[in-house]
Design a binder for this molecule. Structure first.
Ligand code: SF4
Length: 374
């Protein structure tokens, strides 16, 4: 048994789950971080981790020219798997490819293990290649994870340097997604995190990225004290009026009294959060650089209403099927009906006429639209 698992009194597999390469980037931010369990594929097939698992299996299948072990849920997933396989075939041409390979990390007895997506050995035996396939929506900081794979692979295959690539299947490839790391550099990166995990007096250090994914975020004392501090700072009178000493912090375990208090605290924090979002957006719109904010182009495809007749004719659909694709603007429809009935456009009469004709069909969620099926 490795020193880490032994010191913590846990099994190797548990040590891998808690301190495996994919968890290391979060542990680098907070050494007390704990993974939130991933729901099963059957329960939540579209959970990001499950999408990632399928894309990895698809890439491996396409790479081996075999039927992938898992089926894609949609075309985007099969495209991501195919693109990853194509990228590997063209960039690692002539290399000896190891896919989904177990990699054991052992640094002075601090041990854990992980599964490397792709390790590719070049013919000239000079620089090893290590590829990690990412399906995340944005680029992230995965240094400790890939350093762990690179270190273990270099130790296993006898190399001094690795070319590491993060292949973001959703976002395309950029040259800066590739970097070089030596075995000593990789060792230092991994060792610094594992040593902190090994420490007996480790303390939680809240961090935006780590807390977001941590299983303890609802019960973690520093996080809760920040929550209370923020609530008090934002609205001291409201907090003073509350009984803030909750007996239980996890909502699923709270009794009715705690839930009332918790909801009151949440109302204050939520308002503060909305205010933070608003102020951040304002800063961003003023042209200031705000970490985590970027301009996203929103593509809106719509067909102008003036083309509707032509669009209907060319669609080849029957009218009822075509109508399921349309939204109705209540105000426009009311005006058109008033015109046809010889009524003025404004005043009570067109409204009454519209209401009388439409009756229960009008289920407007907003004042101006009747949306089908809502
Ligand atoms: S919730 Fe607590 S333990 Fe989890 S990452 Fe945040 S500070 Fe660390």
């Amino acid at each position: 048994m490795g020193r880490l698992a032994a010191a913590l009194g846990i099994e190797e597999v548990e040590a891998h789950h808690k301190y495996g390469p994919s968890t290391l980037p979060k542990l680098a931010k907070c050494v007390c971080f704990e993974n939130t369990p991933v729901p099963s594929m059957a329960d939540e097939p579209m959970h990001p981790a499950n999408v990632g698992t399928r894309v990895h299996a698809l890439a491996k299948g396409y790479l081996d020219d075999a039927t992938p072990e898992l089926e894609a849920m949609d075309s985007a997933e099969s495209e991501m798997g195919q693109e990853a396989a194509d990228w590997i075939k063209s960039n690692y041409y002539g290399h000896k490819i190891h896919s989904e390979i177990r990699l054991d990390i052992d640094i002075d007895g601090l041990t854990t293990f992980g599964t490397g997506d792709i390790i590719a050995e070049p013919k000239d035996k000079l620089i090893l290649k290590c590829l990690d396939i990412k399906t995340s929506q944005e680029r992230g900081d995965f240094m400790e994870q890939v350093a762990a794979y690179a270190f273990a692979a270099m130790a296993k295959f006898g190399y001094e340097q690795t070319e590491v690539t993060l292949l973001y299947t959703r976002l395309g490839y950029r040259p800066e997604d590739t970097f070089y790391i030596t075995i000593e550099e990789a060792r230092e990166v991994v060792k610094s995190v594992l040593e902190k995990c090994y420490s007996k007096d480790k303390q939680p250090t809240p961090d935006e990225m780590a807390c977001k994914y941590c299983a303890k975020k609802l019960t973690c004392p520093p996080v809760l004290s920040i929550v209370k501090q923020v609530a008090t700072g934002y609205n001291p009178e409201a907090v003073a009026a509350l009984e803030v000493a909750l007996n239980e912090y996890h909502p699923s375990q709270m009794d009715a009294n705690d839930l009332v208090t918790a909801k009151a605290i949440w109302a204050i924090i939520k308002k503060w959060g909305e205010s933070v979002d608003y102020a951040t957006k304002q800063q961003f719109e003023l042209g200031n650089v705000v970490r985590g904010y970027k301009q996203i182009a929103i593509k809106k495809v719509s067909i102008d209403a003036s083309d509707l007749d032509a669009v209907y004719k060319r669609s080849g659909l029957e009218l009822p099927d075509f109508l399921t694709c349309c939204d109705v603007k209540a105000s426009k429809l009311r005006d058109a009906m008033a015109l046809k009935a010889g009524l003025p456009k404004t005043g009570k009469k067109p409204k009454d006429h519209f209401a009388a004709q439409m009756g229960a069909l009008i289920q407007t969620k907003t004042e101006s639209q009747i949306r089908k099926g809502k």
